[in-house]
Each structure stands twice: as structure tokens, then as C-alpha cells.
Design a protein around this ligand. Sequence first.
Ligand code: PEP
Ligand code: MG
Length: 294
Amino acid sequence: QVQNLERLKGKENITQSGQKIDVCANIGTREDIENVLRSDAGGIGLFRSEFLYIENGTKLPTEEQQFQVYRLAAEAMGTKKVVIRTADLGGEKQAECLELGEDRNPEIGYRGIRVSLDKDEIFKTQLRAILRASAYGNMSVMFPMITDVEEVKQAKLILEKIKNELKDEKIPFNEEIKIGVMIETPAAVMISGELAREADFFSIGTNDLTQLTLGMDRTNSRLERFYNTHHPALLKMIRIIANNIHLEGKKIALCGDLAADLSLTEKFIQMGIDELSVAPNQVLALRKKIREIQ
Ligand code: PEP
Ligand code: MG
């Protein structure tokens, strides 16, 4: 079985009838980079940068520390893309170095882009590190937990400021760095047409989108029997997002856990999902599945 999967390396991810789809990998630690290379994924579709904060004890990770890790990923992947998602802290991802306060409902509380826009000094440090690393590979930046066009505009404004700072300091970075938005709240689904004009690419976070659509905490094991990840409302939303993003001529990826659900691969391809991003150890099985589809 493992040998069979190994044979897929270097081959295209294409269905029997000729539909192509990109398969990328999600990473959540520095060690994962090697696993991505081993899986021969098309790139890093989601770099969960939270680990840098969670693993750093009581101190915030410095710009230099972050830059080194992002650069390592960019250089390891060469021309393949690396999508750095800015810190999605809060909710189930708490870091000692960042006092976020008590939330009665952490999953719908002070987290993701809300923290970044609120504590913008921390956000700026991260953006500087990402921009500096963008000079070393094919790197883009993506914002989590977006609910409003205004949040994207504010994040882009801050990014522009940092770009100007780096220019003044004559520090190299990719001036054309692509900006991505995660579609993982029902609000973002409903305004995906408007969001499509504000960013370069999009990725559906089905983990949050499922919990927010069903109104069920993804971390609550007592809800397991009710937590239907194939809920028709969710599949309908994915279809709507893909259509709205494509109307703007842009690409839509899917990077939540559902991307690795092989019983849905065919459906995702029919819906026009351009890229699936899964854990490194799921990449080859997904590639095999794609090649079996009619
Ligand atoms: C998601 O919500 O589906 C996602 C990819 O982000 P995370 O699981 O890190 O919240
Ligand atoms: Mg999420």
C-alpha cells in the first residue's frame, strides 16, 4: 500500500476525465516541513503560524525568530507556494505569551484577525517577518476568521504600511505578495462575492465553518453524534463560495479537515474547488483518490 502511494510522487493530480486539482499540505510545526517535502505536496496551503506563539512560553516570538521559520519553509519549498496564515490565536489555541482575557465562548470570542487588528503591534511584527521571508521563495499571506470586508481592508492597510517601512529601510521583500482570505464564518460565505474583490485567493476553513454553521462547538466531544460534517447546509455553502470566487476569476482552496474526507473528493471537484490542502500524511492517499475519479 505504502509502495503504491510512493509511486504517485511526481505524477499529476488529475481525474480520469482530465480534471486537475492542486493538492497541498497544512502544517502546524516546524518539523512538519520535512513531512511536506516527503509527501511531494504541491505546496503549503496552510501554515498555522500559531505554534510559534504557543511554543514560545511566556515571551512573544520576535520578528527575527518568526522570519527564520518562515524563511526556512520558503527555501525548503523552492518555487512551490507557502501560504502563511497570520496568527489565529484565541479559542482553542491559547498562548502563554499573549494575555487574551477570559471568554465565555472562546470559539466565538476574541480570536484570529480580531486579535491581530486589536493588538496591531504584534500583528505588525508578524507581517514584517512574513514580508522579509517572502524574498526567499513563493510566499503569500492569509487572514483567518474574517467576517467583514472592512477587516480585510484594515489588514491590507497595515500590510501596506509595513511594506513602505521595509522599502524605506531597503530590506528586500516581494512587493507583489499575494493576499488570501479564509472563508470560515457564515458571514464570509454570504459576502464571498464582495470579499472576492478584496483578495487574491481564498481558502475554506471547514472546521470553523462547520462549528459556526451548525452552532456546535468543534471541541465539545458530547456533540459528536450531532456534529454532521456532511450537513447539506455546509455543502451548499461550499458550492456558493466556489461560484462567487470563480465569478471574480480567482481560485478557491479548501483547507479544513473535510479536505481529507475521501468520500467528498469527487463532490469537491464537481463544485470546482481548485485546491485541497490536507495534513502531510494524507497527501498521497488524496492524490490516489483523485486519479481514480472518473
Ligand atoms: C478551519 O477552520 O477549517 C481551519 C483550517 O483553521 P483551523 O482549523 O486552524 O481553525
Ligand atoms: Mg479556522
